[in-house]
Design a protein around this ligand. Structure first.
Ligand code: DLL
Length: 439
C-alpha cells in the first residue's frame, strides 16, 4: 500500500528473476501441499511415478500432467478439495453447459488472496477510494459479483452491488448515485447503453461515469471502441475463471497493451492445444495456469481452452508481471462450418466494421441436408432503421463480402430490427447450433 492507495509497488514491479524465484518457491510448496492433501493429485502423481521432489526448477513444471474441466466435473463437488471441511468458508460455481457445474471452493486464505488480486486489479484499472463502483456482474454462484465486491472493499471505494437484470433501474441508480466505474460483461454494458438511449439519458452529460471494467466473455477491439464512444469512458479488460478464484487473474492497466497476469499467484503457460507442448512467448495458443496460492481446491497446470499469447516486456505503467493479450476465443468455441474453422470473434470483428449495425448478432448453424447452412442475424441501429435512403440489399452484400474475406465462407445475412436479438445481463449466447445430431 502506498499513500493509502492500493498499489503494491514492491510486488508489482519485481524483476523477472525475482518473480521466477517467488514462483519456484511457491510452486514447490504448492506441489507438496497437493500431494499431501489432495487425493486427486496424489493419485495423478503416483500413476506416473512423480514425486514433489522431482520439481526442482520452473522448467520441471512440464513434468506435471494437465488438469482439465472433465477432472473437475468427474470429481464434483468435493473430490478435488484439499482443505479440511471445517476450513471451507465459501463456494461458487460456473454456469456449465451440461452435467455437473464447475465449483470454486474457498478457504479464508483463498478469499483473502482473491480479494487482494481484485483490489490490485481494480486499482490497476484506475479505481480509487473516492470511486463509486457499480457492480452489475451477477451476485450469487457466479464469481463476478462477489469478486468485484471483495476487491472494491479492499480498495475502499463505495460499492453499488446492483447485480444483473432490471436494466432501467441500473441506469437510474448509475445516474442518481454518481457512479464512476461500471463493472459488468461487455454485452451487458452495450445493453445498458441502449437502455440509456431509450430513457433519454446521455451518459456523457447526465452521468459521472469514467471507467468500465468488463470481462467474463470475449469482446473485440471494435466492441470496445463502440462502448467507449457511446458511454464516453475508458474501458479495461479483466480476465479470470471460477477454477482460479474468479475475476482477477489478469487485467489491463492504463496502457491497454495486454492484461497483467498476477504472476506471484499464477504461473501462466501457452501451449499448442493439439500437442500439449509449451509454446515460446509471443506465440498464440491455449492458456494454461498453475495457481500458486489456492488451498481449498488447488489446481496445477489447468487447461483453460482460452486462446491468447504472452508478452514479457516491462510495461510502460511500471508493472513487470507478464501480459496476456486479449482472449480471442476458445479452442472449444471454435465452429467448424463446411470444414472451415470459424470463431464468433471473427464474425463480431466483421460486423462492427459497419456503423449501420448494432454490436449484436446471432450465428445460426444448421444442416438441413448434406451441407451446413451459415446464417447470421445482425441488427440495425435505430439510426439505420430510420434512414429511408439506406440500401439494405447493398448493405447485406457488403456484410457478406466482409465475412467472406475474413472467414472464407459465404454466410446468409439477415438484417433484423433494433432490439430483436435477445439481450443478456450476463454472458451472451452468440451461437445457435442446430446441427447437433445431424452430423
Ligand atoms: O467469467 C470470471 C469473471 C467474472 C471474469 C467477471 C471476468 C469478469 P467463468 O464463469 O468460470 O468465470 O468463465 C470463465 O470466461 O475461461 C473465458 O473463456 C471467459 N472469460 C473470462 N474473462 C474473459 C475475458 C468468469 N476478459 C471463462 N475475455 C474463461 C474473454 C473471458 N473471455
Amino acid at each position: 500500500m502506498v499513500d493509502g492507495k492500493y498499489w503494491d509497488e514492491e510486488i508489482e514491479t519485481l524483476s523477472c528473476e525475482e518473480i521466477r524465484k517467488i514462483q519456484l518457491q511457491k510452486l514447490r510448496e504448492q506441489v507438496e501441499y497437493c500431494y499431501n492433501n489432495s487425493v486427486f493429485y496424489r493419485k495423478k502423481f503416483d500413476s506416473i511415478g512423480l514425486k514433489p521432489d522431482d520439481i526442482q526448477t520452473l522448467e520441471d513444471l512440464k513434468k506435471i500432467p494437465f488438469t482439465v474441466k472433465a477432472d473437475l466435473k468427474e470429481n464434483y463437488p468435493y473430490g478435488m478439495v484439499a482443505a479440511s471441511s471445517g476450513e471451507i468458508v465459501e463456494i461458487h460455481a460456473s454456469s456449465g453447459t451440461t452435467g455437473n457445474p464447475i465449483v470454486g471452493v474457498y478457504t479464508k486464505h483463498d478469499i483473502a488472496v482473491w480479494q487482494e488480486l481484485m483490489a490490485r486489479s481494480i486499482y490497476a484499472a484506475g479505481g480509487r477510494p473516492q470511486d463509486v463502483i457499480h457492480v452489475a456482474y451477477s451476485y450469487g454462484l457466479f464469481t463476478g459479483g462477489f469478486g468485484f465486491h471483495y476487491g472494491a472493499q479492499k480498495v475502499g471505494a463505495r460499492i453499488v452491488p446492483a447485480s444483473g437484470g432490471m436494466t432501467q433501474r441500473q441506469v437510474k441508480l448509475m445516474k442518481d448515485l454518481d457512479v464512476t466505474i461500471l463493472a459488468c460483461t461487455p454485452s451487458f454494458a452495450v445493453h445498458i447503453a441502449e437502455v440509456m438511449q431509450q430513457e433519454g439519458v446521455n451518459p456523457k452529460h447526465d452521468l459521472k461515469l469514467k471507467r468500465g471494467i468488463f470481462g467474463a466473455e470475449p469482446w473485440s477491439q471494435q466492441m470496445r471502441q463502440r462502448i467507449e464512444n457511446v458511454l464516453g469512458i475508458e474501458t479495461f479488460d479483466i480476465y479470470g475463471l471460477t477454477e482460479l478464484f474468479g475475476p482477477g487473474v489478469s487485467i489491463e492497466c492504463t496502457e491497454h497493451n495486454g492484461l497483467h497476469v498476477w504472476e506471484d499467484h499464477f504461473i501462466v503457460e501457452v501451449i499448442d492445444s493439439n500437442t500439449g507442448e509449451p509454446l515460446p512467448d509471443g506465440q498464440e495458443g491455449e492458456l494454461v495456469f498453475t495457481a500458486l496460492s489456492k488451498t481449498g481446491l488447488p489446481i496445477l497446470r489447468y487447461r483453460t481452452f482460452d486462446i491468447s499469447k504472452i508478452i514479457r516486456e516491462k510495461c510502460a505503467c511500471g508493472r513487470t508481471h507478464a501480459r496476456m493479450l486479449r482472449v480471442t476465443g476458445r479452442t472449444d468455441d471454435m465452429l467448424i462450418v463446411r470444414g472451415v474453422n470459424v470463431f464468433p470473434s471473427q464474425i463480431e470483428y466483421a460486423i462492427l466494421q459497419f456503423p449501420e449495425l448494432a454490436p449484436q448478432y446471432l450465428i445460426v448453424l444448421d444442416r438441413p441436408g448434406a451441407l451446413d447452412t451459415f446464417h447470421i442475424k445482425v441488427e440495425l441501429t435505430e439510426q439505420a432503421q430510420a434512414d429511408a435512403n439506406l440500401d439494405l440489399k447493398q448493405l447485406k452484400q457488403h456484410i457478406q463480402h466482409k465475412i467472406y474475406i475474413i472467414t472464407g465462407l459465404s454466410a446468409e445475412i439477415e438484417l433484423v430490427k433494433p432490439n430483436e436479438i435477445p439481450r443478456s445481463d450476463g454472458k451472451t449466447k452468440r451461437v445457435l447450433d442446430l446441427r447437433k445430431g445431424k452430423m
